[in-house]
Each structure stands twice: as C-alpha cells, then as structure tokens.
Ligand binder design. Structure first.
Ligand code: ZN
Ligand code: MN
Length: 484
C-alpha cells in the first residue's frame, strides 16, 4: 500500500539524561534532589548566573560521563571545552546554557561510538555534558497559555546529551535503542531511567523527498514510538499530495497524540555558540580513563553472555532479561533463591512480560519480589497446583501482590489436592453417566469422556495425573465387582 519503504525513513535521536546518582548540580553545590521540592528553593548565585560568580565543574559528573562514553564505545577527547549556548527562553536564568559543541573549535566529551541492539548497530555522533534548564509550566495548553511558571530547581542539574546518527528506520528501532541505552545507564548506576523525566528525548525524522523534522520533549519510550508513527503518517500524506515537508520543530502533545508546529528550526548560528570564558579547558588524562575502565560495572551485553553461560538460558531469553536492569536483577535474585534458572527465565519472559506489556508498565512498578515467583514455582513442583492453575494464580499475584500460597489457600484451590474430595466428585460423575462408565470398563479410550466431565466440574483446577489415577482405580473396582 504505502509508497514509502522503511529504508526511506531516517530517524535520529537526541537523548538527555540526568545523572541521578549525583548529590549536587553540575557547576555549583546546590542539591540535585529536586523532585517534589518547593519551587525555586534549590538555587544559588552560581546557578542563577549572578554577576561575579564562577562555575566549578563537578568531578563526579565528569567521571559518570566518561563511563557512558566507554560503555558506548566512543572516543573520549583528551581536552574538552565548554561552550555557551545562548537563547532567550525563560528556562535558563542566565540566558545561556553551559554546554558543549562539536563545531567552531568546540570539543565535546566524546565523539563516535555505537550501541548494538537486536543485531542493529546505531552509531553515536557525540556525547556531551551540559546543564539542565529549569522547568516551565504552562497554563492550559502550550499554544493558548497566557502565562508560564518557571521553577529553577532543575536549572544546572548535570545532563549528558547523547546524539545518534540517523541510523534507525522504524519507530520500533528507536524505542529499542532507547531501552538498550537505559539498560546501559542503569547498569552503570548513574541514572534511574524509570524516574519521571530523568530521561528525555528529541527525535528527528525525515522521509525521502522531505526535510528533517524535529519532535521535541518526548517523555517516555512508548510516546517516542507514537510520536514517530504520527510523524510518518503526517509527512507521508504531505509528500503524496505533493506538498513540501519543511524543516521545523514540532511539539508532541501526549494527550491529543499529535505533533504541533512550534517554530521553524533555529539555525545553529542563532545560538551564538562561543567558548565559556569562565571555565578552563578540561584535560582528561589517559590513566584516568583507564582507571575508570577497570572499575566499570558489568554492562548488559556482558551480562547477557554470562546468563547464557552460567544459567544455560537461550540467547533470546538472555537478551530479553538484560534489556532492563530491574528485570535482570529480578531474574538473578530468583535464581539464587531457587535453582531453576531456565524455568524462572521462561516465566519472566513469557507470562510476566506479556502482563507488563498489556498494562504498559515496567517490572519496577509491580509490588512483587522474587520470593513471589519462587513461591509459585515451588507450589507447581510440589504438585499443589498445576501449570494451568499457576497461570491464574500468577495473574492474581501480579494484580494484588499477594503471595501465591495465600492466593491458593484463599481460593480454596488446595482442596483439589485432597484425593478424598476428588474421589467424591468422580463418584458423582459416574452416577450421572452410567453408560460412559460401562463403555470405559470395556474400552480404555472411553475414559477420556469421564476425564472431560471431571475437568469441567472442577473447572480444570485439578491435577490431570491424579484425576486419571482415581478414575482408573474406581473403574477397576467396578469391573472386578461386575465380573465377580
Ligand atoms: Zn546553585
Ligand atoms: Mn542539549
């Protein structure tokens, strides 16, 4: 149907990520723990840009950024520079942002690199350190707002900016890239990607025959996919009607699920980049990089390989589990409690994941611990519940956070373990189906009908092995009786 093939779509991402492991801002000692704080209380003359103040680089932020560059296979600059990016939105009290630049003599923290995701290599263009701007709140919608509120608590928080080459061809690839990036940052312990707003993303997308459109400030991975899908449809329809797609910046409206034109894109010269005169060039010695490299935590790719070797998981399952650190941790903790890693991995990548996808939530949003899963596996292994029952117990457990043995007790599911109870039901079914019983005595295959009746009456909450045993026992008693 569509005239635009995926190969004719080019998507690049610009990801901003707060370094949430840091206690203070990038250039001052204000607390970076700004969530749920009174607006404009975590500020000082430095992050407010008062005359006569001087910024001082947070060394820990630099170390974090170096770790990211190593993890993304980027080339770290020996001598990096900070640049001023000038602009006139009210979100930076100084009217400029201390950032980095890769043109006009600018040298960012790192250049090049890549992330491998699902067999696809997405190249990194650059990685830089910069300040987060303050937070603007609009009254009503962004277009109709008559006033804007600003909170500078966020202004000056350490951000790393990661810019990719336009190597992605579908919105799904963009989402997978972001998920992989988040998993890497989580494994490095420098960013909690699950926190609202700690990872933000701008996406640029161009279709063959059109100009590059940038979509700003997308807040979640699901939204990235939605926003890009919307843009593909919008741009396609323009191109097919012979209308030119102009270069512009658009805003993603999550509520209405559409993009809105914000402005025609600034030219880079509008930002009047120039070297930050208040900061000296930062020399990054080789042995510092080496030291950081040696103390790096395990990354998702290494962990994936280890999962295959140590737990004998399939490469696919190992990939799915290490896609998020929380999921990988959940798996390993469960495997420590119960030595059935393959079984655990199958439940997590199967039923667990489809539940999470259905609800559109992450595993960290569940009120569950590995103990819950292990408890359920033990109930199966001890024959207390069947696999089929386990699925419904699991749904209950995911929904309520209750322990599986409590769910089984509450619902009276364990009654079915009671052989006497099953025998009584078998007796009742035999009485109601005398012909079927006669048939089953002479023809073993006819037993299936009785089994079916038993399963129906007990709503399948019964171990088929035990059910078969009891029916056969009773039939052989009856046949002895009949022949004697
Ligand atoms: Zn400050
Ligand atoms: Mn930026």
């Amino acid at each position: 149907m569509s005239k635009i093939k995926s190969a004719e779509i080019k998507i690049g991402l610009e990801v901003h990520c707060q370094l949430t492991n840091l206690k203070t801002k990038l250039f001052c000692s204000c607390s970076s723990d700004y969530r749920e704080k009174e607006p404009n209380t975590l500020i000082c003359p430095i992050c407010m840009g008062m005359p006569g103040t001087l910024p001082v680089l947070n060394e820990k932020a630099l170390e974090d950024a170096i770790m990211v560059a190593i993890a993304l296979n980027s080339k770290i600059s020996e001598r990096m520079l900070f640049f001023r990016k000038n602009y006139f939105y009210p979100d930076m009290p100084k009217n400029f942002q201390i950032s980095q630049y890769d043109k006009a003599g600018g040298v960012p923290l790192a250049l090049g690199g890549y992330i491998q995701t699902n067999g696809k290599k997405v190249r990194i263009r650059r990685i830089q350190l910069e300040e987060d701007p303050g937070k603007l709140s609009y009254e009503g919608t962004i277009e109709s707002s008559t006033y804007t509120l600003v909170d500078y608590n966020r202004a000056g928080i350490s951000l790393i900016e990661i810019v990719t080459e336009p190597d992605m061809e579908t919105p799904k690839e963009a989402r997978l890239f972001l998920e992989k990036l988040r998993s890497i940052l989580e494994h490095l312990g420098i960013s909690d990607g699950s926190l609202e707003g700690s990872m933000r993303c701008d996406a640029n997308i161009s279709l063959k025959g059109g100009k590059r459109v940038e979509v700003k400030n997308i807040s979640s991975f699901k939204e990235v996919e939605r926003a890009l899908n919307f843009e593909i449809t919008r741009q396609k329809s323009l191109i097919e009607r012979g209308i030119a797609v102009g270069q512009e910046t658009r805003h993603w409206d999550e509520v209405r699920r559409i993009t809105i034109s914000l402005r025609t894109k600034e030219e880079e010269q509008d930002y009047r980049y120039f070297p930050e005169p208040d900061l000296v060039p930062v020399i990054i010695p080789k042995d510092q990089i080496k030291k950081i490299e040696q103390s790096m935590p395990e990354l998702p790719d290494e962990r994936r390989k280890r999962f295959v070797e140590q737990y004998h998981l399939s490469p696919q399952n190992a990939e799915i589990l290490t896609h998020s650190k929380t999921m990988a941790d959940f798996f390993e903790e469960s495997a420590k409690l119960y030595d059935k890693p393959r079984e655990i991995s199958n439940w997590l990548t199967g039923e667990f994941l489809s539940y999470l996808r259905d609800k559109g939530i992450g595993i960290d949003e569940l009120t569950l611990s590995p103990k819950h899963l292990v408890n359920m596996l033990k109930l199966i292994d001890e024959g207390i519940i069947s696999r089929k029952m386990a699925r419904s117990v699991l749904q209950d457990m995911l929904l309520t956070g209750k322990m599986p043995d409590a769910i089984v007790r509450e619902k009276g599911l364990e009654k079915i373990l009671d052989r006497e109870y099953v025998r009584r039901i078998v007796e009742k079914i035999f009485k109601e189906n005398p012909q079927a019983v006669k048939d089953a005595i002479v023809d073993k295959k006819a037993i299936n009908y009785l089994m079916g009746q038993l399963m129906k009456t007990t709503e399948g909450k019964i171990d088929p092995k035990m059910a078969g045993e009891i029916i056969r026992e009773r039939l052989s008693e009856l046949s002895k009786f009949a022949t004697s």
